[in-house]
Design a protein around this ligand. Structure first.
Ligand code: C2E
Ligand code: MG
Ligand code: MG
Length: 415
């Protein structure tokens, strides 16, 4: 990616050309069925095949996982299409590893400059989202120009700002404790991102995460969250505080074949055991490409991380998938929890969800617990975990240990 962006920046500013993003099909499947060593060898076998079709002044770079970018200076729509078809033809030829034939295939997204944008980052993002469309439509190739107008000017500046924010360390994580209602101990906490913006102050996630998802920038954010959480958790462990953190995944994350490998790497390098981490996913994240999402969820579950269904009850909740997904925990959405006291119907829904989950062997978390009455109701109705302003608001990482100590002292719970 760095190489691509550097090369792009050195091009004459007035030129035209194409940025083509390739994502391999079925790579995740091959990786999980045959192991990532085979996956690595497959990448090594495939990448040299692109050279002969690449123009002399062109560039091929690996973005990550099974994703590549090609830079074609001077190309216009027709020659970019021709190049795309040549790449797809190359991928049609099966790869043989250890006598085993592997069919790969791929999906391509093409962004043309200057029409679709003038900055390398923008073109990369637009080509990436076109690639996702090609994958969804199974059409092989899609153009960024088909995705509608380029983002408005202010949105373009927001993408730039987010990139800067990552470099300048403006993102930070707050943690909100989760109370185990059986032991009355704080054993877990949810990591929630914030943006300390130089002009706008502390920006809540709903003001930038949806945009990051839309533009693909979430692919930079989630790995940062993961790594920051792993480092923080290990620091707490060293200080004698064992907390299972949960992090939020977006739909894009679930479709990203590189993420499982990335997670394996992060866990290993920080020495955090996989079951010391929980991933929260929403129902809608599963809907975009259920099959692929399920493949990646299974790979995550196999790694040993805990999986949690977030905001349960507001989306297209389907009881059927609770049975098929490798999840450990379900978080009942705040809208149900907050009305337990005055809505007998919501109370009935929460009560029956708790018993259904227990029969399926899942732990239930109630989100948005704001009052002592709600908390009391949840204990009486056998809910396992509570999270909400009634216990604590999300707080900076450095405040959590003291808060937990004070909570322990107040409730008299023995650690
Ligand atoms: P979520 O995962 O459902 O997180 C719970 C949200 O509810 C948090 O808002 C939390 O502050 C808020 N909350 C907790 N208890 C209460 C309560 O008692 N009353 C009320 N009114 N609200 C409560 P926050 O931090 O603003 O995050 C909003 C959403 O942004 C999250 O919803 C999650 O979907 C997303 N998000 C946050 N951090 C990340 C991240 O690192 N990555 C991704 N992909 N999404 C994130
Ligand atoms: Mg969450
Ligand atoms: Mg939630």
């Amino acid at each position: 990616r760095t190489r691509f962006l550097e090369t792009f920046d050195q091009l004459p500013p007035s030129g035209q050309g194409a940025v083509v993003v390739l994502n391999l099909d079925r790579f995740a499947l091959i990786n999980s069925a045959l192991g990532h060593l085979v996956g690595d060898r497959l990448l090594n076998a495939i990448s040299p095949r692109f050279r002969p079709v690449l123009p002399a002044d062109g560039l091929v770079a690996r973005l990550w996982g099974d994703e590549f970018v090609f830079l074609l200076p001077g190309a216009e729509r027709a020659s970019a299409t021709q190049f795309g078809n040549a790449v797809l033809a190359i991928l049609q030829e099966p790869v043989t590893l250890d006598g085993q034939r592997l069919d790969v295939g791929g999906s391509l997204g093409i962004a043309l400059y200057p029409g679709d944008g003038v900055a390398g980052v923008t073109l990369l993002q637009r080509a990436q989202s076109a690639m996702y469309t090609a994958k969804r439509r199974q059409s092989g190739v899609a153009f960024a120009s088909e995705m509608g107008a380029p983002p408005a000017h202010e949105q373009l500046s927001l993408i730039g700002e987010m990139r800067e924010a990552l470099v300048r360390n403006e993102f930070l994580l707050y943690y909100q404790p989760k109370l185990d209602l059986h032991s009355q101990k704080i054993v877990a906490a949810e990591a929630l991102i914030r943006w300390r913006h130089p002009q706008r102050g502390l920006v809540p996630p709903l003001q930038f995460i949806p945009f990051a998802e839309q533009t693909g920038f979430i692919r930079e954010i989630t790995p940062w969250v993961l790594e920051t959480v792993a480092a923080q958790t290990m620091q707490w462990r060293k200080d004698g505080l064992c907390i299972v953190p949960s992090i939020n995944f977006s739909a894009r994350d679930l479709l990203n074949p590189g993420l499982v490998e990335h997670m394996r790497g992060v866990l290993a390098s920080y020495g955090l055991p996989a079951d010391g981490l929980c991933i929260e996913i929403t129902e809608s994240a599963l809907m975009e490409d259920p099959e692929l999402a399920l493949t990646h969820l299974c790979a995550l579950a196999e790694l040993g991380v805990k999986l949690s269904i977030d905001d349960y009850g507001v989306g297209q909740s389907s009881l059927a998938y609770l049975k098929t997904l490798p999840v450990h925990e379900l978080k009942i959405d705040q809208t149900f929890v907050r009305s337990i006291a005055d809505s007998p119907k919501n109370a009935a829904i929460v009560r029956s969800t708790i018993s259904l989950c227990h029969e399926l062997g899942l732990t239930v978390v109630a989100e948005g617990v704001e009052t002592a009455e709600d908390l009391d109701w949840l204990v009486r109705n056998a809910c396992d975990t509570a999270q909400g302003y009634g216990l604590a608001r999300p707080m900076p990482a450095q405040d959590l240990p003291a808060w937990i100590a004070a909570y322990r002292a107040k409730t008299g719970a023995v650690s």
